[in-house]
Design a protein around this ligand. Structure first.
Ligand SMILES: [Zn+2]
Length: 160
């Protein structure tokens, strides 16, 4: 059972290069928040729900600007990405009451980044016992309705 590790992620990483355009830029430019899974928009950064989540409520915060070099983030972008991560954790706490979070940057394909040329911060809610991943696998089967509902609940719970 421990060998089951988000196999859909591998499929996603393998096909990420073949996708047209940048998923983050598409979300920034999208008119339809629901279709783009956008949870919250800021002037310098945007929060979207991960379509290939490690857990329910897995968020990604990206600068609005297409930038692949972590060191090139402006002060405004670096600050806003982290402020939005804080708010995202606030919304997740209200909706899902997770017991902990992982927040971090995967920089480069070897580090697990599915999209390497637009940096983004992952926020993954954690619960005791979630490492067997069966709940995660179960979630995947009910996509996309589950994702749409999750997006709406987090958007509604977003701290003002
Ligand atoms: Zn981009």
């Amino acid at each position: 059972m421990k060998q089951i590790w988000a196999p859909w992620r591998l499929e996603y990483i393998a096909s990420a290069d073949e996708q047209e355009g940048c998923v983050f830029c598409k979300a920034v430019e999208a008119d339809d928040d629901e279709a783009a899974l956008v949870v919250h928009r800021g002037p310098d950064a945007t929060v979207i729900l991960n379509k290939y989540p490690y857990a329910s409520g897995h968020l990604m915060v990206a600068p609005n600007r297409h930038v692949g070099d972590f060191g090139e983030l402006t002060d405004e972008e670096a600050l806003q990405v982290h402020r939005l991560a804080q708010s995202g954790i606030g919304a997740l706490a209200q909706v899902y009451e997770p017991q902990g979070y992982n927040a971090g940057w995967n920089l480069g394909r070897i580090a697990g980044a599915g999209v390497v040329d637009h940096v983004h911060l992952h926020v993954v809610p954690r619960w005791a016992g979630d490492t067997n991943f069966m709940p995660v696998l179960a979630d995947v089967k009910v996509i996309p309705e589950h994702l749409l509902e999750t997006r709406q609940r987090l958007a509604d719970a977003w701290p003002s």
